[in-house]
Design a protein around this ligand. Structure first.
Ligand code: AMP
Length: 190
């Protein structure tokens, strides 16, 4: 199985690259942000609770997203592999993911980090907000809060995969196709 963690701050291009990767490698795309937005659209209790935190730019509790990922792994037993997009976002989530995969005799193949500086991220997210209609993309204060959450809670997840020699990083600025080419180059080495 090819199990990839696509890593990087909000606006790094994880969703865009995921779309191209699932087509090329026939992987199942698991974006916790997308799953949570689906819960909000359906008006579930989980969605309503998560929305309050998401609108403020804060992470939702680990147990919630770990449970969602566990369900999706069980629901896709025949998958050739997974792209984890926006998950794991804390070291506790990374540890839980290793445990979930190990229980299926599986593991993460590699983490690919898209490197983009904060100014470019803020610019991209404000632009995306105009098109996506996502409330958390529309407000500069919330965007900055998400970047602070990323730097304090999510950035350390890179060290978790570095310790397993699974961390690869690439420049996330440039054309979508050039970045995709770099990502595929890294996957070929895994
Ligand atoms: P995203 O679409 O990945 O940018 O996620 C949007 C929002 O959903 C984040 O700002 C968090 O509030 C929440 N979220 C998504 N994935 C996670 C996760 N793995 N852990 C905690 N919160 C998450």
């Amino acid at each position: 199985m090819l199990n990839l963690v696509l890593f990087g701050p909000p606006g790094a291009g994880k969703g865009t690259q995921s779309q191209k990767l699932i087509e090329k490698y026939q992987l199942v795309h698991l974006s916790t942000g997308d799953i949570l937005r689906g819960e909000i659209t359906q008006g579930t209790t989980l969605g309503l609770e998560a929305k309050k935190l998401m609108d403020e730019g804060l992470l939702v509790p680990d147990a919630v997203v770990i449970g969602m990922i566990s369900n999706k792994l069980d629901a896709n037993k025949d998958a050739k592999g997974f792209i984890f997009d926006g998950f794991p976002r804390t070291v506790a989530q990374a540890e839980a993911l290793d445990g979930l995969l190990a229980s299926k005799n599986d593991s993460i193949s590699g983490m690919i980090a898209l490197e983009v500086n904060d100014d470019e991220l803020e610019h991209r997210l404000l632009l995306r907000g105009k098109e996506s209609g996502r409330p958390d993309d529309a407000n500069p204060e919330v965007i900055r809060k998400r970047i602070v959450e990323y730097n304090s809670k999510t950035a350390p997840v890179a060290n978790f995969y570095k310790a397993q020699a699974k961390f690869k990083s690439i420049n996330g600025i440039g054309s979508v196709d050039d970045i995709f080419h770099s990502v595929c180059g890294v996957i070929d080495t895994l």
